[in-house]
Every structure is written in C-alpha cells, then in structure tokens.
Design a protein around this ligand. Structure first.
Ligand code: NAI
Length: 790
C-alpha cells in the first residue's frame, strides 16, 4: 500500500505540534519568577511556589503566595483608583475595554500557548474557544460601559470587587469577572487559581501596556488562604467567586452580615438527555464536546447521560466506537482531543471517586486501544454504566473525563432524573421534535439549557446556576446588573426605634390577656392550630391585649413549606391568571378597607386607612407586573437564539418587618407571587392580626391552596427554621442586623438566595419598591439556546 492509501486506510493524523518558544521567551523575560501586580506595578516576589506544566511535570515559573498585607495593598490601590475610574464617562471606560479586547486578539497565540502550557488543555481549545471568547467578552462589555448609564439609570458600581477564579478556564474566567466589573465602573483585585496563574499575569502586563489607570486591575496570586484574605477584607464591597460548591458555601457563610455583594458560580452535574427521535450522530458529537471538552474539567459538563431506553443499546455502542477514536496526548499537538488534567491531585481525586463508584457496582468502560503518555497527568475517557442515582459517580461532581449513563422511558422520567441532583447549572436536550424539547426545557432546574447543541457560550447570554450551583449570572444584562447596586442604598438609615418594635413576648402569666378568639395559622388553604399548642398575645400600643395568635414552631414551618412545594403549579399558571388573582385580592381587600384600617390602628395607633390604600395599590402594581416583567431573546454570534426566560425561585420564605402590619407583608409577597413563587409568610410578630385577618380575603380571591401560607410567631426563630430548610429556595428577612447575619449564614446550607434588611430602614411605602427591585430578587433567568437552520 502506498503512503496515501495507508493514510486513507487508517485516517490517522500526523503530529502537528505548536511551538512554545514565544511563551517561554515571555516567561524568561520575567526571570520565570513573578510578584503580584498591584497599583500598576509588579511587587518584588515574596514567598513563591512553582506552577508546572501538567503535560510533562516541568516547572514553568515561580509565583508569589499572596499574604494579607499584599491583599491589603491591592485593596488600598483599588480604592484609590475607584473614584477616578468610576467618574470617567462610559465612553472613556469603553475605550479601555476595547483596547484590552484588541490586545488580547493581537496576542491571542501567546495567550493560547501559555494557557495550554500551564493548564494542560488542548491547544485547539485554548486557541479556538477560550481566547476568542475572552476577546468577545471585552468587546461586548465595552458596549455596556458606554450604555450602562442609560440602561441602568438608578444604579452605581459597588466599588472594590474581590474576584476569585478556578483553574479550568483561567483566562476566560478572568474575562467573565473583570470585563463586567470594569464596564460598570468598579475596580478589582483578582486572584487566579494557584495551579494556573500565568495568563492572568500576562493579562496584567497587557493592562500595563494599554495604559489602564493604575490600581483599576490588581492581580494577587496565591492559594486558598489568599482567597480567604480577599473574602474577609473589610475594604472590599463585592465578592465574585467561581469554584467548588464547598468553598462557595464557606464564602457565603464568611460574608454573611457584611453587606458585601456576592455572586457564586459553583459546581454541577449536568444532565445530557437524548430522546429516541434525536439525530444520534449529532448527539454523539455533542456528547464528546459535553464531557471531554477540557478533559471534563468544566462546571457545566454534560456528565450525566440520560438516554431513552428504546435507543440505549445502539447509542452506547456508537458512543464506545467514537470514544475509541478520540486522540489523547500532548496538549500542544493541534490534532489532540484530550489533553492533560490540571494537576496530579486531580488525577488522584478522580481515580479515588472511580474506585468508590466501581465498588458500588458501576461498570467502567475505557477504550483499550488508547495508551497514556509515559509522563504527565493523563486519564482515559471513561463511560460508566450499571449505576443507580445513589452511586457516588452519579451524585458527585467528578470534574474529569468520566461520563455516567442511565436510561429513561418517558419524558416525565427524564425530567425527574435530570432534576434529581443538588446542582442546577446546565442541561442539554436532544430531540428532533421541537415541541418536546421546548416542553422539557422549562421543566429542568438549570440556569442554562441547550437544545440540540451543547457548551454554547456567549458574552451576551447570561450563565449561572440554580440550587447548589450558586446564584447570580455572568454575561449579558444580568451579568452587568450583578456589578451594580441601587444608588439609594447608601442613604439607608438604621431602622428608627418606632419602626423596630420588639416582638411581644409570651405574657408572663400565660392566662393573662386570654381572649375568646385566637387566630390560627394558614397552611395549604386551611386554618390550622399551632403545633406547639401555645399562643401569643397581641397588644395595643398602650399595652391592652387585643388578640392572640398561634406561636409557630419548626413543625408549622415544615408543614407550610410542604404545602408551598405542593402548590408550585402556580409557577406555570399563566401570568395573566396570576395578575387576575392579585387584582382580585386587591379588590377584596379594598372592599373591607375600613375593617382593616381599624385593625391596623388598634395594633399600631397609626393611620390605618392610608396603609390599606397603599397595600391595595401595591397589589395592583404587581398584578400589573405579572405579565410584563419578562425575558429577552438574545442573538449570539452563531445560528441560534437564546431565550432568556424569567423564572420564579420556587418556594420563598418571607419574614415581614415589624412595622406596617399590612403593607409590610403585602409589599414583599406581592412581587414574589406575581412572578410565580409560592410563599411561607411570617407576618410582623408585634402586629400579626392584619395578616391573620387576610385569610378570608385570600379564600375569596381564588388564590390556590398552598400558594400563600402564613405562620405567626417569633420572627427570628421562624426565620432560622426557614433558612435551614432545604425545601426553601429563597428567603427575605426584614429585621435587625444580628438576625440578618444569622439568616445569611444559615442559608449557606443549600445556598438559597437571600435578601435581608440588616437593620436598615426600607420604607416599603416608597414607590421605588413597586418595581424591579423585588421582582429581580424573586426571579432567576434561564437561558435556553435554540439553534436554527437546516
Ligand atoms: P476550589 O474551589 O478550592 O478553588 C477555586 C478558587 O478558590 C481557587 O482560586 C482557590 O485558590 C480559591 N480558594 C480555595 N479555598 C478558598 C477559600 N477558603 N476562600 C477563598 N478562596 C478559596 O477548587 P479546587 O480545589 O481547585 O477544585 C476542587 C474541586 O472543585 C474540583 O475537582 C471540582 O469538582 C470543583 N471545581 C469546580 C469549578 C467550577 O467551575 N464550578 C472550578 C474548579 C473546581
């Protein structure tokens, strides 16, 4: 056989190595030893550690371990730079972002090679995906810098942002963090991952070269301890973190009560669902990208294959054939599919997980025609079958080239299996039936859904998770919003004593103040007695007992959450119907305004009529929003649209402020309900009767059972139970600073989204609370990517 015939026969590629020379020359120009980049200058290297090439174990450079003093110097520089930087016109900031984008493009090969040397990912990926997306992010955000004033008219930047990123997409994660922060007018301290800091340091040099004002971008390298020093630094206004769920939870707890902004982009175990009518060859190619892109070290990796039973055997056989043709080896070879894992520790971690999964009964397939390079951190692609949902390999994020496969029979079963995880980052659906795909997409608990495609990313389209995959979005309008806060927040004052009335304790003598009528709880559409069988007296301002309510406890909250979960069909009720019901609630409340006004007056001595009128108006306002606060359709630069769908959080716990017994609750539940959440409401502990009077109004207004549940009692005790409850998706707490800290800390357990008033006075009568302030907090955006074209 001649050579050409041989090539046709084997379809083998020859090696196509990329040269490392320029990257090595850049490292040498820094004597292969780096300090931090602070205030526009390089610090003298302090205590250093090695960063290695995982493909062969050789040392690339020494980088500095950032100390608290380094972080402090970076914060000082960023603070000094913040005033002038945020005062620049949007156009001026846009020009800097544009200059960064151009410089990244100009030096794209250098960035790509350095990234591959430091991280081990195939050069094909760093060259064709990571670096072009980095440039795209800076271009996109140059535009936001210029238009932010117009598009976010009541917002200001946070100030100094601390940003901590992982090692799987070192420069891309930097771009996702730095581009929106700078566009919004913030200054930053960024800590790259200890395993992959080099492209961040090259980026620092780009900032220097394009003349970015000093202190706007500071890069401090180091390990977890350096990250902790950033998280705990009092001079930092917002923390943005991407990494493991474990560290994300620790950061949530550490920032509780500080008032720092927080966005967390954490782990995942994303389902990859293949229906029997899918284009199977495309679905196989998609799967290669979903799980073997970047060796599976991807937070949104499609690591759980769910394939319809009728095609399972055929699909798995084809997949195994495809796996055997993947090329594994030197990541600097341009025709390699699978490069090196980031570090020996990751290889060990994955081997350990696989041993555990195997011991639990999993069958592991690895192509036997594939050999591993003699040195470096390599793992073969693996396919895991014969697993139940409880198997370690199904439940845990592996973060490696390991796919677990399960089958399903019906679409309902596919959804149930897909959502059976603590994570909720991404999901993929393959089906030629667009009706089916679009029916499934909204049912998946994930921030991103790809239809007939996978791993699509764009700067204009938000990315982020549900549940333990974190909160906040990066990219697009949502991502910009995450780096801005309302202008008026800085003017908030502590709650005046008159509005922060202490909740009434149980009467010293439990028989005192006994009245004939005791208001019950309202759970699942029924009035129920408190589980504790204790009641709490309610007093007039002069101290006369005027009523009693149940003293709610953990069991009452559990029952209420269960009822609220069972009522989640509310989230798919049409927005028009939700609006109708809120209007009806307003109408029925208005009908009984005199009675409600008298009750407010009896509890607080305040103008009851005015408060009822405001509550009715607020219900009207959010009835009006129900079908208007909606999503967008993005046009990313490929043949696809991304539908940004506004979705409710799910079950929300709402603890109303002590003051304004009626409006305080209505102003918070109305936006939550309008957006499709179900609610467990704890009304003012001091003056709960305005809400216990509401039961009949709720019942006559067609509110489905379980959509509004009301538990009376001590606000702080009940808030703690709600914060610790894994069935609660979002929690709002209006109360003092100490309890707000407790709520935020306790919410770390399942990373529920919180809003707390931290002892500050939010005047809920203000019309600024009639709009997107609470609507945005009651919702999250899901981006559904839909390709088009034949
Ligand atoms: P990690 O979460 O420990 O590290 C991410 C970043 O956080 C790094 O910059 C690290 O230095 C920093 N960090 C670590 N501890 C910190 C602390 N207490 N306070 C502040 N910053 C801290 O992730 P790691 O150990 O590198 O990887 C472990 C596992 O985490 C992976 O196997 C994978 O399962 C998951 N992971 C998920 C990522 C994602 O994108 N969702 C990215 C990286 C890891």
């Amino acid at each position: 056989m001649n050579k050409i015939a041989q090539i046709f026969h084997s379809l083998d590629y020859g090696p196509a190595p990329e040269g490392p020379d320029q990257a090595i020359a850049w490292l040498d120009s820094h004597n292969r030893t780096f300090g931090h980049f602070i205030d526009g200058a390089w610090t003298t290297p302090g205590k250093t550690f090695a960063t290695n090439n995982p493909a062969n174990g050789t040392e690339l450079a020494q980088i500095s371990a950032g100390t608290p003093a380094d972080v402090d110097a970076a914060v000082t520089a960023a603070r000094a730079a913040f005033g002038p930087w945020s005062a620049l016109s949007g156009y001026e900031r846009a020009k800097y972002l544009y200059a960064i984008a151009r410089a990244v493009q100009k030096h794209s090969r250098l960035f790509a090679v350095l990234e591959t040397l430091d991280n081990g990912k195939p050069i094909r990926e760093s060259r064709d995906i990571d670096i072009p997306l980095v440039a795209r992010h800076f271009y996109h955000h140059a535009g936001w810098a210029q238009h932010a004033d117009r598009e976010f008219p009541d917002a200001v930047p946070y100030g100094v942002c601390g940003q901590i990123i992982p090692w799987n997409f070192p420069l891309l994660m930097l771009a996702w963090k730095i581009a929106p922060a700078l566009a919004a007018g913030n200054t930053v301290i960024l800590k790259p991952a200890e395993l992959t800091s080099l492209t961040a340091l090259l980026f620092a040099e780009i900032c220097e070269r394009i003349g970015l004002p000093k202190g706007v971008v500071n890069i401090v390298t180091g390990e977890g301890e350096t990250g902790e020093a950033i998280v705990s630094h009092p001079g930092i206004d917002k923390i943005a973190f991407t990494g493991s769920t474990e560290v994300g939870k620790a950061i949530r707890a550490a920032t509780a009560g500080t008032g720092k902004g927080l966005s967390l982009e954490l782990g995942g175990k994303s389902p990859y669902i293949v229906f029997e009518d899918a284009d199977i060859d495309s679905a196989i190619e998609g799967l290669v990208d979903a799980i073997w892109f970047n060796q599976g070290q991807v937070c949104c990796a499609g690591s759980r294959l769910l394939v319809q039973e009728s095609i399972e055997t055929r699909f798995i056989a084809k997949l195994k054939t495809r796996m055997a043709s993947l090329r594994l080896g030197d990541p600097m070879d341009k025709s390699i599919d699978i490069g090196a894992m980031v570090a020996p520790i990751q290889v060990e971690r994955i081997k350990d997980l696989m041993a555990r999964g195997g011991a639990e009964g999993a069958v592991i397939y690895e192509p036997d025609n594939m050999s591993l390079p003699s040195a470096g951190c390599f793992l073969k692609p693996a396919l895991v079958t014969n697993v139940s949902p409880a198997n370690t390999l199904v439940a845990e994020e592996i973060f490696g080239p390991v796919l677990v496969a399960m089958s399903f029979r019906t679409p309902e079963e596919a959804v149930a299996l897909a959502n059976n995880t603590k994570y909720g980052l991404a999901a993929t659906i393959w089906s030629e039936n667009i009706n089916l795909a679009l029916d499934i997409a909204p049912k998946l608990k994930a921030g991103v859904v790809w239809i007939n495609g996978t791993n699509n990313f764009d700067a204009a389209v938000g990315f982020g998770g549900h549940k333990e995959s974190g909160f906040g979005r990066e990219g697009g309008r949502e991502g910009m919003g995450a780096y801005l806060k309302p202008k008026w927040e800085k003017d908030l004052k502590p709650t005046p004593a008159s509005a922060a009335v202490e909740p009434s304790a149980r009467a010293t003598n439990p028989l005192d103040g006994h009245l004939d009528q005791t208001a019950k709880m309202y759970i699942g559409g029924k009035q129920s007695r408190p589980d504790s069988a204790y009641n709490r007296p309610v007093f007039s301002p002069s101290g006369t007992p005027i009523g009693e309510v149940g003293d709610g406890n953990r069991k009452d909250i559990r029952n209420a959450v269960e009822a609220a979960r069972a009522a989640l069909g509310w989230s798919t009720t049409s927005a028009h119907t939700r609006a109708q019901i809120l209007y009806y609630l307003a109408e029925n409340l208005d009908y009984r305004r005199d009675e409600f006004a008298a009750r407010i007056n009896a509890q607080t001595g305040e103008d009851g009529a005015g408060e009822v009128a405001l509550a009715v108006e607020r219900l009207f306002a959010f009835a009006g929003w129900a079908d208007k606060y909606d999503g967008a359709v993005h046009n990313p630069p490929l043949r696809a649209v991304a539908a940004a769908m506004v979705e409710p959080l799910g079950v929300m716990g709402i603890i109303a402020p002590p003051s304004r017994p009626l409006l305080g609750s209505i102003a918070l539940i109305a936006p939550a309900l309008a957006m499709g959440n179900t609610v467990v409401l704890v009304p003012s502990a001091q003056s709960p009767l305005s809400i216990t009077d509401l039961y009949q109004v709720i019942e006559t207004s067609d509110v489905p059972n379980g959509v509004i549940n009301i538990v009376t009692g001590d606000s702080v005790t009940l808030a703690k139970t709600l914060a610790e409850h894994d069935g609660v998706d979002g929690l709002w707490f209006a109360g003092n600073a100490e309890a707000s800290t407790m709520v935020e800390k306790a919410s770390a357990s399942n990373l529920k989204q919180t809003w707390t008033s931290r002892g500050l006075y939010y005047d809920l009568a203000d019309r600024r609370f009639e709009g997107d302030y609470f609507l945005s907090k009651a919702t999250q955006i899901k981006n559904v990517w839909i390709p088009y074209g034949a």
